[in-house]
Ligand binder design. Sequence first.
Ligand SMILES: [Zn+2]
Length: 68
Amino acid sequence: MKAPNKCPICGNKEKWICVDKSKKGFSAGKALTGGFLLGGIGLAFGGLGKKTSCYHCGNCGFEHEYQG
Ligand SMILES: [Zn+2]
């Protein structure tokens, strides 16, 4: 499912933004230990196009993850 260019609930375009949740709370320590082992797996998954984007509406608070 592709992300719409506006909030599907209230229709707000200005506050309908893409937020990358995967980068939040990701500690540098885990990146150092796990990144080396999981780096190859992460690259493999990335190559398959399984990326998801989380969209958040600052107007009504609606959140949803979309593929692509
Ligand atoms: Zn909204």
